[in-house]
Design a protein around this ligand. Structure first.
Ligand code: AMP
Ligand code: TRP
Length: 330
């Protein structure tokens, strides 16, 4: 079985990234051969500052490793190190995709809201590049957060359509792996919204690198709901439900046991306990991150090794797919 996922090098990473995606990278690397990459070609769609993009690519690599990905077991690479293969596959899939289905992508709509020029063409075709990333590695399973569900549906449709046109079983049709609990971590100040790098609130976003005191403060001031009972009810009590999910992930304690323990003890007591649990959970990850991010030579060594393996696999799939299309191979 093959597992693959990508994460964009966009500044610092938050609890949503860790709980919704990164922690599953580590557990899933034991299920089969895993490929994880830093999606810098995707990040380019918003034209980040070049120095910042370079820095964030290395720091995001360090974060993936800190979250438990073992570079001797899984392949960790930078997408642009395999740019020719990803770009070629994306082109073939762009010819399979249609405007109508891309027009329905909600993330594109969100990212271009209010933009007079409608956003870059790369931003529009971004989900097709994502499909190419996935099929190039014959990925069966793709661990992602809930916000990627629509992109994964598109990837499945494109792989199926390609196979219908050019031959069954040419491309593996991927399945998303989205956790029931923690697949959508909410902003601590606004539980109606997901925790997010771009649209989140400062006080409601917990960065993985936040100092323990800052984490605790953000949890203590989390917006909860009316009432005073600590009960898991995502509809009526989204703030409390979010904190219960986070505490469950941090401690491994079942949500029902947390309800029994904190049910009537008041929100304040519960928020402090949840914050302390998160500090303890984050501590080893944060320490390992700080160690790794300072060792650029080691990061570059790991990424180079990953790129070699990634190119090998992607190149073979690309050749297999292209041969079916009638394009003449070099
Ligand atoms: P990004 O940083 O946008 O590349 O996202 C990296 C991964 O984190 C993707 O799998 C997202 O689905 C996931 N993710 C981002 N925000 C959240 C959130 N608030 N809750 C759960 N998962 C998230
Ligand atoms: N679009 C994803 C995000 O923003 C990142 C990504 C790019 C990805 N290519 C991928 C995720 C392939 C899974 C598989 O989070």
């Amino acid at each position: 079985m093959r597992i693959l996922s990508g994460i964009q090098p966009t500044g610092d990473k938050h609890l949503g990234n860790l709980i919704g995606a990164l922690r599953h990278y580590a557990t899933n690397q034991h299920l089969g051969e895993a490929f994880y990459f830093i999606a810098d070609l995707h990040a380019l769609t918003l034209l980040p500052d070049p120095t910042e993009l370079r820095r964030a690519t290395l720091s995001t690599s360090a974060m993936v490793l800190a979250a438990g990905v073992d570079p001797e077991r899984a392949t960790l690479f930078v997408q642009s190190h395999v740019a020719p293969e990803h770009a070629q596959m994306a082109w073939v899939l762009q010819c399979v995709a249609n405007m109508g289905e891309l027009n329905r992508m909600t993330q594109f709509k969100d990212k271009t809201e209010g933009k007079k020029d409608g956003g870059s063409v790369g931003l529009f075709t971004y989900p097709v590049l994502q499909a190419a990333d996935i099929v190039l590695y014959d990925a069966d399973h793709v661990p992602v957060g809930h916000d990627q569900k629509q992109h994964l549906e598109l990837s499945r449709n494109l792989a199926q359509r390609f196979n219908n046109r050019y031959g069954a079983d040419t491309l593996v049709v991927p399945k998303p792996l989205i956790a029931e609990v923690g697949g959508r971590v909410r902003d601590l100040q606004d539980p109606a919204k997901k925790m997010s790098t771009s649209t989140g609130s400062e006080k409601g976003t917990v960065w993985i690198t936040d100092e323990p005191a800052a984490v605790l403060k953000k949890f203590r001031s989390a917006v909860t709901d009316t009432g005073n009972e600590v009960r898991y009810d995502p509809e009526a009590k989204p703030g409390i439900a979010n904190l219960l999910e986070l505490m469950h992930v941090a401690t491994g304690t079942e949500i029902s046991d947390l309800e029994a323990e904190f049910g009537s003890g008041g929100y304040g007591h519960f928020k402090t306990a949840a914050g302390e649990a998160m500090v303890a959970y984050l501590e080893p990850i944060r320490e390992r991150y700080l160690e790794l991010v300072g060792d650029e030579a080691e990061l570059e060594r790991i990424l180079k090794q990953g790129a070699a393996r990634a190119r090998e696999v992607a190149g073979a799939t690309l050749e297999r797919a292209i041969a079916k299309t009638g394009l003449l191979l070099g």
